[in-house]
Design a protein around this ligand. Sequence first.
Ligand code: NAD
Length: 495
Amino acid sequence: MLSKVLKTFSSRTPFRQMSSGPSTEPNFLEMVNMYFDKAAKHTDIKPEVLELIKTCDTVLRVTLPLKKDDGSIKYYKAYRAQHSHHRLPCKGGTRYALDVDLNEVEALSFLMTLKCACVNLPFGGGKGGITVDPKTLSLGERERLTRRYALELSKKGFLSPAADVPGPDLGTGELEMAWMMDTYKSLNPTNLNAVACTTGKPLEMGGIPGRAESTGLGLYYALREFLRDKKYTDKVELPTGINGKKVIVQGFGNVGYWACHFLQKDGAKILGVIEPSGSVFNENGIDVDDLKAFMIQHKTLKGYPKAELVENGQEVFTRKTDIIIPAAVERSVHGSNAPNFNCKILAEGANGPTTPLGEEALEKKGVLVLPDLLMNAGGVTVSFFEYVKNLGHIKPGLLTKRWQGKRNRSIIEAIATLKGISHEELEAKSADWKKLAEGASELDLVYSGLEQIMSEAVQETKETSERLGVNLRIAAYVNSLQRIDDATLKGTIGL
Ligand code: NAD
């Protein structure tokens, strides 16, 4: 059925060739629009409001001049899209890559609006980037280009704690976020909240612990919720729990590595890792921390001695496993490769990794697809914690940490007295109980907040999916749409 719709669609629409996936399938923006339209049918939101939610609100396209180290001048195209202002500020990453264009940032900002609503964060969606291969820039060139980008964004209302708060994405990281924040701060020296204009900053510049691993950890928490539910594990004929589950991951960068790290820690076995520089497979499992250390040292997975090298990464997708995590690029699971997958669960780490034809093929095989909107929302969730910390001008938990520690200590001592344990005996076991008596650290609070938000969102998505009889992706979209409709949008346009 879907294949037929897509055939008609593709004869009308010239699809842009994206970084992966066949050109005959919808591009990223078209995919998000298709899922949106499908979900909208399950809501009673007025068509005028749906149109407003769907439309990208504001976009910026600028050309950035850069003086290269050799004195020559080069020009780069740069973009930022603010998809929705129903909640402010807009929030979303900054991508430096050769295929960055307006279509891509618009699609990604749309997904950010939906993702923030899906996990109930008070942000509109945004996304930006520069069409550049960051590897071709020296450190100085990267800084000059980033600062010029931040200047243009600031001048035009696309960078500020109140309106638009970029974070890192592909090709950018802590340094870019620090440079952008510093540029904004020097332009707005009296803005007390200037540090909150970006997230993903280094710790010493207002960042928050746990941001690096947040997306992979969030994926782990969400996957664990699904695997705890016998209704879902029965559907795919797997025992409950993470322990013993076999996993293949595509993309061993930030999201892929951290997701595997936490899954492995909880007893899962990582069988295969797919990377452009070479893929590896070992049916007895690969130690992902060991593999990451190898990759950092050698810049490739080729030559890793403890697993078989598989030249064709697509072939690893077809090997038998319980879970596949696409955590690399959009549209990597599509109508041509998905029919050959041999897994029970697809947990989307990347944004938009599965095309509609890919999803249709997987569902036909009974594979449970866990959607990006929900599964990779951990990154923006911890960014929200960083933003709140910056606005509050205080570390989370600082006011209560010592009080909590003292209270825990008195409870332990009271129990010890009741049990007739002497102070000396308690002191002898101090290594065990002193840990218990400590108040929560900033990292403890970040992990706990993330776990709470991911678990709630999984629960809500499952409930909607069961109530409407739709798959989890459509359920996640429905929840997001409902939340955006319920927010200030109705009031804003008087509908
Ligand atoms: P990253 O650059 O850290 O890692 C990406 C990895 O994928 C790299 O190791 C790269 O070599 C590999 N890769 C690229 N193309 C590939 C291909 N065709 N096949 C196999 N491997 C390939 O990026 P990341 O931050 O891990 O992001 C990965 C995906 O997750 C992107 O879609 C991104 O938008 C999404 N995402 C990231 C975050 C975050 O917090 N980092 C949050 C939400 C979503």
